[in-house]
Write a protein that binds this ligand. Structure first.
Ligand code: 13P
Length: 246
């Protein structure tokens, strides 16, 4: 069938930035003429910079969001940030289950599904990240791992899943300069698409992430099931990020 999915290019600033550096980056993004691009752009920034980002980007075509969300609505959860708080800054997106949070904060597949659900309850778009480690890939387990990671998310049902974005980020390609080949990525994206189709959510955007740069973005986007990118390091450099989205 014909793909009707809009290309989506999201930056994940991770734990980078300062008020001064962000001001420069955001104004460089805003200054660029984007007439030729049909891609939707967005940036997922550290919590303390949501106010600055919202102020800079309000009224522009660039969306913004956060990098994590609590499963809880409110209460004694020190250090956590709720969906309602993200709404106070007009966030559109929130990353859930980034591999760095899975690895460093022991977030389980179920916790990540709960976070995706919390985002939906707040009216935010969760960007559910999945991806295998190098050991899992070498053991031929990539698709099994992705299926396991997705299972509790898909269990939320078609109505919920249709409002999500999925990002495939192989752990071995993140920050390493080693991108998955377009064919390697497409194989996994096709499997994710099949799983989404299985729950009636075939048109969900599936982003690729892991060392995406201006030099490799076009070959990735040429694949039928790669609908955009989740960009780490290159999203901190305005020209690179803009070139990826152009
Ligand atoms: P890099 O683009 O720096 O490899 O990071 C990818 C990523 O983790 C985006 O969420």
């Amino acid at each position: 069938m014909t793909a009707t999915r809009t290309r989506l290019v999201l930056g994940n600033w991770k734990m980078h930035g300062s008020l001064a550096d962000n001001a420069k980056l955001l104004s460089a993004l805003l200054a660029a003429p984007r007439v030729a691009s049909t891609a939707q752009m967005g940036v997922c920034v550290p919590f303390p910079y949501l106010a600055q980002t919202a102020q800079a980007l309000t009224g522009s075509s660039i969306a913004w969001g956060a990098q994590d969300i609590s499963t809880q609505a409110q209460g004694a959860f020190t250090g956590e940030v709720s969906g309602a708080m993200l709404n106070d800054f007009a966030c559109r997106f929130v990353l859930t289950g980034h591999s760095e949070r899975r690895a460093m904060h022991a977030e389980s597949d179920q916790i990540i599904a709960d976070k995706a659900n919390a985002a939906l309850v707040a009216g935010l778009t969760p960007v559910v990240c999945v991806g295998e480690s190098l050991a899992e890939r070498d053991a031929g387990q990539a698709l099994v791992v992705i299926a396991r990671q997705l299972a509790p998310v898909l269990a939320l049902g078609a109505d919920a899943v249709q409002k999500m974005v999925v990002a495939y980020e192989p752990v071995w390609a993140i920050g390493t300069g080693r991108t998955a080949s377009p064919e390697q990525a497409q194989e996994v994206h096709a499997a994710i698409r099949a799983a989404l189709r299985g729950v009636g959510a075939e048109q969900v955007q599936i982003l690729y992430g892991g060392s995406v740069k201006a030099a490799n973005a076009a070959s990735l986007f040429a694949m039928p099931d790669i609908d955009g990118a989740l960009v780490g390091g290159a999203s901190l450099v305005a020209e690179e990020f803009l070139a990826i989205a152009s």
